[in-house]
Design a protein around this ligand. Structure first.
Ligand code: GUN
Length: 294
């Protein structure tokens, strides 16, 4: 069994980005800058936002953090997004999801200037992704592809089964893998799928993004398949100072015996997501700084 550690992949990404950032700042006199908006007090979201800020600092990127109260109105949030759209010193805008109840996620995302849509969630971006035009690729699926590429895992003609149909992971993941050049045969399963085990057992590559700890068990996996675990789930653990630990969707200890390669949690896909966000932010800064965009 080979361990597909995202850490190893991100090291290469960060070394490259650090160099490019120094050159960028020298040429333009400012740093690629990411604005992150967090609404409410969800602990997992707070922790993700912290990770994004840390990555910006380590790369020499600029960062703007907006932490808004749970009862923020739709108008207030849209107004902040519009202000950031108009601010030429901000290149990427990210609104941490999920938003508290009462806020219209789709409307907020659609309000972000698509040139600053480093999450790749804007409807225009998603449309481009589906028809194979250049665009910001959403960070988690992009991170999965980067892991597959780094470890030279071929997707052409392979049967990839994706568990989960979210807009953030499942749908873009499936679209990317069936694209010309990736050439996979893709099956997407979800909570209403019947005979799930029969389908997952056909997977050469199984990608799980459903957010249920230990959901993928050893009997669901084809021997010698590749397992990509996108889940980041908190489970209670009294032995930990913080009272919980992070596990994926996959029953790692048992599945690892049965597969060819597997991503760990933590240290797998999760660390890739932030690295890809940094790549997208750099790309946004480059594109917005080109003379014909000013
Ligand atoms: N919530 C969970 N994952 C993500 C992500 O990649 N981007 C944003 N904005 N929110 C998320």
């Amino acid at each position: 069994m080979q361990l597909l550690t995202g850490k190893e992949v991100t090291e290469a990404v960060y070394v490259d980005l650090k160099k490019k950032t120094i050159d960028f700042i020298e040429e333009h006199g400012f740093a690629p800058t990411l604005a992150v908006i967090l609404v409410g007090n969800d602990p997992a979201s707070q922790s993700y936002v912290k990770g994004k800020k840390k990555a910006c600092i380590s790369l020499g990127f600029g960062h703007r953090d907006y932490s808004l109260p749970e009862d923020t109105s739709q108008e207030e949030l849209l107004s902040l997004v519009k202000t950031l759209n108009a601010d030429s010193s901000v290149h990427g805008i990210l609104v941490q999801l999920p938003l508290p109840k009462g806020l219209d996620e789709n409307l907020v995302i659609a309000t972000i200037d698509s040139r600053k849509d480093v999450d790749g969630f804007h409807p225009e971006t998603v449309g481009k992704l589906l028809i194979g035009l250049p665009c910001f690729v959403s960070c988690t699926p992009k991170g999965v592809l980067e892991i597959l590429d780094y470890y030279k895992i071929e997707t052409q003609g392979k049967h990839v089964v994706v568990l989960g149909r979210s807009n953030i992971v499942g749908k873009p993941m499936a679209a990317l893998l069936m694209q010309k050049g990736r050439d996979a045969t893709v099956t997407v399963c979800h909570s209403k799928t019947k005979n799930l085990k029969e389908i997952t057992k056909l997977a050469d590559i199984l990608i799980s993004a459903i957010g249920k700890p230990f959901f993928v068990t050893a009997d669901m996996v084809k021997p010698d398949s590749v397992i990509i675990d996108v889940g980041i789930n908190r489970i209670e653990d009294a032995t930990q100072k913080r009272g919980y630990r992070l596990v994926g969707d996959v029953d790692f200890e048992h599945v690892k015996e049965n597969c060819l390669a597997i991503t760990p949690v933590p240290g797998g896909v999760g660390v890739m997501t932030i690295a890809m966000l940094m790549k997208n932010t750099f790309q946004a800064a480059m594109q917005l700084s080109q003379k014909d965009n000013q």
